[in-house]
Design a binder for this molecule. Structure first.
Ligand SMILES: C[S@@+](CC[C@H](N)C(=O)[O-])C[C@H]1O[C@@H](n2cnc3c(N)ncnc32)[C@H](O)[C@@H]1O
Length: 275
């Protein structure tokens, strides 16, 4: 892969996904796209660059190859404890029964399934209107997410209280399958955070975890400003452990570990106490 190939690839990736590929990621790009070159029986990256620019259908394979999809059930567990121990009691107190949650970079689905398992017993479908929208740019991971089948090795941190209730084992005992009552709570859809969002909101919680890190500040600012508009004034925004809204947005209060609420939690600016 020549420097010119890499420059072409990184600008195409940035244009289509917002993902910034610095020089140090050259090796990663090489190994992820090499697989695609082999499948297409192309012998060098120059050929692939010309193929991807002339073949609109290749664009999605290109994007899918470059996204990083690392995730896990109950990743950054403190968000789920906060949800169950602080937010749920608040919603219960307010008799809130219509709930809308968005997992905005859901990868292979572990994040929205963790949200669903946390909330199901508090808001069973017979008594509440709870919907989880789960979106990602990558079409391959969305397929896996919608299937809801995972290898047993990848679910070791799934607490027993959840596996007993929400998961069944496949006959070969090598995989687990999310049960239909949990699957029904989630709608998986493809959505590029950079493009127009078809939904109107408002959401009570938006999860946007471990994706902002791939974007530059300009992209982060645009996306966070759009999240603010999509979020209920009393809602919550959860971001990833290495992410921050500092220097990105002044429209949110940090109220816990990587947990934000709209300023004043009702859309008003917080006033400093006098004296
Ligand atoms: C590292 S995973 C994070 C998964 C999950 N949120 C978590 O924290 O475990 C990042 C995900 O962001 C998605 N992604 C990258 N760029 C995106 C974009 N422009 N729009 C939507 N999703 C994007 C990738 O496809 C990938 O699945």
């Amino acid at each position: 892969m020549t420097q010119a190939d890499f420059e072409f690839i990184r600008s195409l990736a940035y244009e289509n996904t917002g993902i910034v590929l610095p020089e140090r990621k050259k090796h990663m790009v090489y190994s992820r796209l090499s697989r695609r070159l082999r499948q297409l029986k192309l012998t060098n990256f120059a050929q692939y660059c010309s193929y991807v620019s002339n073949t609109p259908d290749e664009r999605m394979n290109f994007i899918n190859a470059l996204t990083t999809n690392l995730t896990a059930f109950f990743r950054e567990e403190h968000h789920f404890s906060y949800l169950e121990q602080v937010i749920v009691p608040q919603w219960k107190k307010e008799n809130k029964n219509r709930l809308r949650i968005w997992s905005s970079a859901c990868s292979t689905g572990e994040e929205p399934y963790s949200i669903a398992m946390t909330l199901e017993k508090h808001f069973p479908s017979t008594k509440s209107d709870l919907k989880i929208l789960a979106t990602d740019l990558d079409t391959n991971v969305l397929q896996k997410a919608a299937a809801g089948t995972y290898s047993c090795d990848s679910v070791t941190n799934l607490p027993d209280r959840y596996t007993e209730k929400y998961v069944s084992h496949t006959p070969d005992n090598q995989h687990i399958q999310m049960r239909s009552n949990i699957q029904k709570m989630i709608h998986f859809k493809q959505l590029n955070l950079l493009e127009k969002w078809p939904m109107t909101g408002p959401f009570d919680i938006i999860f946007c975890r471990n994706v902002l890190i791939y974007f530059d500040n300009e992209t982060k600012k645009k996306i966070i400003a759009k999240f603010r508009k999509m979020l209920s004034p009393h809602g919550y925004l959860f971001i990833g452990h290495s992410e921050t809204l500092m220097n990105i947005s002044e429209e949110f209060d940090l109220i816990g570990q990587t947990i934000y609420r709209p300023l004043g939690h009702g859309g008003q600016k917080l006033t400093k106490p006098k004296g």
